[in-house]
Design a protein around this ligand. Structure first.
Ligand code: HEC
Ligand code: HEC
Ligand code: HEC
Ligand code: HEC
Ligand code: HEC
Ligand code: HEC
Ligand code: HEC
Ligand code: HEC
Length: 323
């Protein structure tokens, strides 16, 4: 029965519009074929008055958001996985499906090599390059002066759409105070883009780290690219330090072989290998033992990126193991 109703609706949508009847549901955002850099996307729909009392949003077939209809529209933010995401929006009235729309979007990722390239048919969409009058009816879209000065919580108008960016176990200092324009320049082209390389933007506040790391002999491969965002989310995260994944999983995304269990001791002392996670860190009380217990993720004076200037692996062992 439901399949039948959906079929009729689809025919209605594709067929020529007779008279002035609006479609039951119109997808205002996302744009089909848009490329997203973050792990979430905004979804906004307009509804023909009286057509629906509830809207649900599915991503790759799983319900990710749902809510009541407000003023003949509904807005959500849904999580995206790296790669292709099918975003489907369904309007219901008294539990009956009254309309649906869908769009495919692509989440690009510098961290996961298989999702670094944008596949054919997908294109970067710059939302703030447009006037977005439809959104402006209910939201303020002007960038100044809000966001320039720290403003707690809802004080930044950016948060009326982007508040989920500031929700997480870890929230970055400037994001927590609504200082979006500390990094996003409304006068840049495209509007609100972040200056490149991103490292320069990060170092404008983190000068201490810049000076320390530049004083070292070696820099870690990904750090030399100037893309701190390969590993760090700039806004908020479920992980400490805003990392895209907990440290061990982050490192083994690129250094898969080091997570095999054979690392450090696997070839000499025993077949078990040295642990690389899941224990307390003897060097840093209160922290988990990870790759970063022995290696500095940013810079070091030794090519193996050890956390101390050890001349041999055995000198490194002494940091945690008494001789
Ligand atoms: C009919 C009025 C209306 C229109 C038009 C509208 N919105 Fe919304 N939107 C709202 C309301 C109300 C909220 C809830 C605000 C809040 O909770 O602070 C909201 C919230 C949002 C959110 C945050 C949702 C969340 O769960 O965090 C996003 C994203 C959003 N809108 C995007 C858009 C975009 C993009 C457009 C234009 C394509 C748009 N909106 C048009 C009324 C509207
Ligand atoms: C009407 C809701 C709305 C408001 C208000 C809003 N944005 Fe957006 N913004 C969006 C949507 C929708 C996108 C597309 C990405 C997505 O799905 O969230 C976006 C994308 C962006 C991007 C990526 C570049 C682009 O143009 O697509 C940046 C950066 C950004 N917003 C920053 C801001 C800042 C800073 C503010 C406050 C000055 C702000 N936004 C206010 C809805 C909004
Ligand atoms: C510390 C610098 C910094 C601050 C502060 C910051 N951002 Fe960002 N933002 C970035 C960077 C860098 C990117 C690009 C992400 C990437 O390269 O992976 C980005 C990306 C975005 C995007 C997604 C763009 C896309 O490509 O899809 C949105 C939306 C956004 N920012 C909104 C905001 C809002 C809203 C605030 C304030 C609450 C804010 N940002 C504060 C640095 C920042
Ligand atoms: C506008 C200033 C500003 C900019 C720009 C900025 N940060 Fe921050 N950052 C802060 C503040 C404030 C804190 C919180 C105080 C602290 O712990 O140092 C912080 C904290 C951090 C932390 C956690 C530090 C800790 O010891 O817990 C990380 C990681 C971080 N920032 C990374 C970045 C990255 C990556 C960028 C560039 C995308 C960046 N920051 C850009 C101001 C900034
Ligand atoms: C290869 C991944 C990676 C890259 C790239 C990276 N970081 Fe980090 N960063 C980490 C990890 C992992 C930690 C947490 C280390 C720990 O557990 O002590 C961290 C911690 C930090 C901290 C807080 C601790 C500290 O050392 O002061 C800051 C600030 C920071 N990073 C800033 C940056 C900036 C700025 C850039 C770009 C120049 C950058 N990171 C690039 C992985 C990375
Ligand atoms: C985005 C991919 C990426 C991530 C994530 C990453 N690395 Fe690397 N790492 C590299 C690249 C690229 C090099 C340079 C390799 C080369 O020059 O052959 C490198 C080099 C190294 C080296 C020096 C050895 C060498 O072959 O030059 C060590 C040690 C290292 N990484 C440890 C780590 C640790 C620990 C983490 C987690 C904090 C981490 N890496 C996260 C890509 C990554
Ligand atoms: C107990 C300390 C320790 C831990 C934990 C550790 N490493 Fe190592 N790592 C070393 C030592 C010692 C070497 C040099 C000897 C070797 O290659 O086995 C090394 C070498 C490396 C190298 C190659 C550097 C070169 O130039 O040969 C990479 C890459 C690396 N580690 C990544 C990682 C990653 C990723 C993790 C987490 C999964 C990790 N390490 C955990 C001690 C450690
Ligand atoms: C950053 C701290 C750290 C460094 C550096 C380090 N280890 Fe370990 N090591 C550990 C931890 C933590 C364990 C796990 C202890 C446990 O399970 O209680 C461990 C376990 C071991 C074990 C297994 C025996 C046992 O006690 O379970 C051996 C053997 C060992 N390490 C040798 C080395 C050698 C050789 C080096 C230098 C190449 C080294 N370690 C460097 C922290 C470290």
């Amino acid at each position: 029965m439901r399949v039948h109703a959906l079929f009729l609706l689809t025919v209605f949508h594709l067929g020529p519009r007779l008279g002035a009847e609006e479609p039951a549901i119109t997808l205002l955002y996302p744009r089909p074929g848009a490329v997203h850099e973050l792990g979430m996307a905004s979804v906004s729909v307009a509804l023909r008055p009286g057509i629906a009392d509830r809207v649900r949003v599915m991503v790759n077939g799983v319900e990710r958001a749902a809510g009541e209809v407000r003023r003949d529209g509904a807005c959500f933010v849904v999580p995206l996985v790296a790669g292709r995401n099918e975003v489907a929006v369904q309007a219901t009235m008294g539990g009956q499906v009254t309309g649906d729309v869908a769009a495919s979007v692509f989440r690009r990722s510098d961290l996961e090599s298989q999702y670094r390239q944008v596949p054919e048919g997908f294109e970067r969409d710059r939302f703030h390059q447009r006037s977005n009058d439809a959104c402006g009816q209910c939201h303020s879209l002007s960038a100044a002066p809000i966001g320039q000065k720290p403003a707690a919580g809802d004080g930044s108008s950016c948060l009326s759409c982007h508040k989920k960016l500031a929700a997480g176990v870890w929230v970055h200092g400037p994001v927590a105070v609504g200082s979006c324009l500390a990094c996003h320049d409304p006068s840049a082209s495209p509007s609100l883009s972040v200056k490149e390389p991103v490292a320069d933007v990060c170092f404008s506040c983190h000068q201490e780290q810049r000076d320390l790391w530049r004083s070292k002999k070696y820099m870690h491969g990904p750090v030399t690219t100037g893309k701190c965002t390969i590993c760090h989310g700039p806004h908020s995260s479920e992980n400490a330090f805003g990392l895209h994944k907990p440290t061990w999983y982050l490192c083994t995304t690129c250094h898969e072989d080091r997570g095999s269990g054979k690392h450090v001791l696997g070839h000499s002392f025993s077949t078990e290998g040295h642990p690389t996670h899941g224990r307390p860190d003897p060097r840093r009380p209160g922290k988990e033992f990870t790759c970063a217990s022995c290696h500095d993720p940013h810079a070091s004076n030794v090519p193996q990126m050890w956390v101390i200037d050890a001349k041999s692996p055995f000198e490194l062992c002494g940091v945690c193991h008494a001789k």
